[in-house]
Design a protein around this ligand. Structure first.
Ligand code: FAD
Length: 465
C-alpha cells in the first residue's frame, strides 16, 4: 500500500503516544509526518494533563509541608496567593516542555503538520487547517488521537461546570467545590483546589475512592487527607444541577437527598476515545462499541499497515503506557520484531501524600483466591519517614506464595510515585523476596522501606536458599 507515498509514516496526534512514535521512527530512518490539531505538541499530558497538574500539585505539597513544619516549631506564616503568577509558573512549565518537543521534531526532520486529520482512503489523510486543506499520503499510519473527558449530559452548560482542562485554568479563587469522580484525576484536582483554599466535596458512584488499590492503603491515604476534604459521598450520584446567581446547586441522590451549592463543579467521571471524526470507515477500521480501537501486541489494527497507540486503545489511559506503545508501533513499522510485552503498568495518584500501586494487589489476589504472602512495612519504623513527618506511610509487597516472586506492590507516602519504579523493575525482572531483601538500599531513605518490606512477611527471606 501507499507505493510512492510522501511519507513512510503518518501519525495522527502529537501527544505522548504520537510524538514518541514519531521520534523513534525518525531515529530508525523513516520519513515521518506528525499531524496535530493544536498549536503545540505534547497532547493532553503536557498541555492539559500530567504536567500542569503536577506543577500545581507541587505548590500544594509545599504548602502542606509548611503546615507540617509549623507543628515542628518552624512557622512560615500564612501563605498569600497571586493567582496570575501561579498561572504563569504553570504556563512556563508547559511552554518549556512543548517547546522542547518542537525542537526535537525539527532536529529529527519530523514534519509537523498543524491541522485536523481524517482518513480519505486506507492510504491517505485529509488535513484541514483553518481554510487550508492538504492531503497526506502514507505507507503506514499510527492513530494516536487520545481521549477527552466525558461530559455528563444532565449538567447545564455553565462556565462554573468544568472538566479537568477547565479546572487547570484556575478560573478564579473559590470557596466551595464539588468534584464528581473519586479517581486519580478528580482527587489530584481536589488536592490543588483545597491547597488554594477551597472546601472540596467529592461524589463517587462506587463504594470507595481510588478503586483498584487495596482498601486499607486507601484508608491511610484518606486519613491523611481528612483535613483537606469536606464530605465524601460514596455510592452516590448526582440527580440534578441548577445554575443560579449564587453558584451551581446540585442534588446528590440518597435518603434523604443532599442539596448543596458550589462555586465550581469538576466533572472527572471518566474519559472517552477521540476517534469519532477520524473517518475510520474510509480506512476500513471499526472501533468497538465504546469507540476504542483494538490493536495486537505490535499495536497493529485490523488493517495491517495502520497502527493505534495510547488512550485510543483503551485502559489504562496513562502517558507512560502511550509512550511505550508508541515506541513498539514505530519499531514495528520499521520492520523490527518489537512487541508490547509488559508484565505491569504502574498507577500513581500524585496527591499529598502520593499513593502508587502496581501489579496484583492484596485485595485482588484474595478475591481471585490466589495464594500470596504480603510484606507490609509501616513507615512508623522508618527513621527517614519519621524525620520527614511521614510516619503514617506504608510500603507493601505482594509475593507469590510458592515462588516468592514479587507480583505487586503499594506505597502510600511522599515520593511513592518515584519509588514504585523499583517494584516495577523487580516484577519485570522476575525478582523474588531475597533479591529485593538482600539488595542494599541506601540508609536512611524512604526507598529503603521496599527492602524492609520483604522482611515483614514471615519466612519470605529465609524460605529460599
Ligand atoms: P493525547 O495526549 O490525548 O494526545 C492526542 C493528541 O491528538 C492531542 O494533542 C489531540 O489534539 C490530537 N488529535 C486528536 N484528534 C486529532 C485529529 N483528528 N487530527 C490531528 N490531531 C488530533 N497520565 C499519566 O501517566 N500520569 C499523569 O500524571 C497523568 N495526569 C493526568 C492529568 C489529567 C488532568 C489528565 C486529563 C490526564 C492525565 N494523564 C496522566 C493521562 C495522560 O494525559 C494520557 O494518558 C496521555 O496524554 C495519552 O496520550 P495519547 O498520546 O494517547 O493522547
Amino acid at each position: 500500500t501507499g507505493e510512492g507515498a510522501e511519507f513512510d509514516l503518518a501519525i495522527i496526534g502529537g501527544g505522548p503516544g504520537g510524538y514518541s512514535a514519531a521520534f523513534r521512527a525518525a531515529d530508525l530512518g523513516l520519513r515521518v509526518a506528525l499531524i496535530e490539531k493544536h498549536a503545540t505538541l505534547g497532547g493532553v499530558c503536557l498541555n492539559v494533563g500530567c504536567i500542569p497538574s503536577k506543577a500545581l500539585l507541587h505548590v500544594a505539597a509545599v504548602k502542606e509541608e509548611a503546615r507540617r513544619l509549623a507543628m515542628h516549631g518552624v512557622t512560615l506564616g500564612e501563605p498569600t496567593l497571586d493567582l496570575d503568577k501561579l498561572k504563569d509558573f504553570k504556563s512556563a512549565t508547559i511552554g518549556w516542555l512543548t517547546g522542547g518537543l518542537a525542537q526535537m521534531a525539527r532536529q529529527r526532520k519530523v514534519e509537523v503538520i498543524h491541522g485536523t486529520a481524517a482518513f480519505s482512503s486506507p492510504d491517505g489523510l485529509g488535513v484541514a487547517a483553518g481554510r487550508g486543506h492538504r492531503t497526506v499520503g502514507f505507507r503506514h499510519c499510527i492513530i494516536a488521537v487520545g481521549s477527552s473527558s466525558i461530559r455528563l449530559p444532565f449538567l447545564p452548560e455553565d462556565p462554573r461546570i468544568v472538566d479537568s482542562t477547565g479546572a487547570l485554568e484556575l478560573p478564579f479563587i473559590l470557596e466551595r467545590m464539588l468534584v464528581i469522580g473519586g479517581g486519580i484525576i478528580g482527587l489530584e484536582m481536589a488536592t490543588v483546589y483545597s491547597a488554594l483554599g477551597a472546601k472540596v466535596d467529592v461524589v463517587e458512584r462506587l463504594d470507595g475512592l481510588l478503586t483498584g488499590v487495596d482498601r486499607d492503603a486507601v484508608e491511610i491515604w484518606q486519613t491523611e487527607n481528612a483535613h483537606r476534604f469536606g464530605d465524601i459521598f460514596l455510592e452516590a450520584s448526582l440527580e440534578n444541577a441548577v445554575a443560579g446567581s449564587d453558584g451551581i446547586t446540585v442534588t446528590i441522590a440518597g435518603s434523604p437527598p443532599v442539596e448543596r451549592c458550589y462555586d465550581l463543579v469538576l466533572q472527572a467521571a471518566g474519559r472517552r476515545p477521540n476517534g469519532a471524526a477520524l473517518g475510520l470507515e474510509m480506512a476500513g477500521i471499526e472501533p468497538d462499541a465504546r469507540g476504542f480501537i483494538a490493536a495486537d501486541s505490535q499495536m497493529r489494527t485490523s488493517v495491517p499497515h495502520i497502527f493505534a497507540v495510547g488512550d485510543i486503545t483503551g485502559e489504562p489511559m496513562l502517558a507512560h503506557k502511550a509512550v511505550h506503545e508508541g515506541h513498539v508501533a514505530a519499531e514495528a513499522v520499521a520492520g523490527m520484531k518489537s512487541h508490547f510485552d509488559v508484565s505491569v503498568i504502574p498507577s500513581v495518584a500524585y496527591t499529598d501524600p502520593e499513593i502508587a500501586w502496581v501489579g496484583i494487589t492484596e485485595d485482588a489476589a484474595k478475591a481471585a483466591g490466589r495464594k500470596v504472602r504480603v510484606g507490609k512495612f509501616p513507615w512508623a519504623a522508618s527513621g527517614r519517614a519519621i524525620a520527614n513527618g511521614a510516619a503514617y506511610g506504608t510500603t507493601r509487597l505482594v509475593f507469590d506464595q510458592e515462588t516468592l516472586r514479587v507480583i505487586g506492590g503499594v506505597i502510600v507516602g511522599p515520593n511513592a510515585g518515584d519509588m514504585i519504579g523499583e517494584i516495577c523493575l523487580a516484577i519485570e525482572m522476575g525478582a523474588d523476596a531475597v533479591d529485593i531483601g538482600r539488595t542494599i538500599h541506601p540508609h536512611p531513605t524512604l526507598g529503603e522501606t521496599i527492602g524492609l518490606a520483604t522482611e515483614m512477611s514471615e519466612g519470605v527471606c529465609t524460605d529460599l536458599p
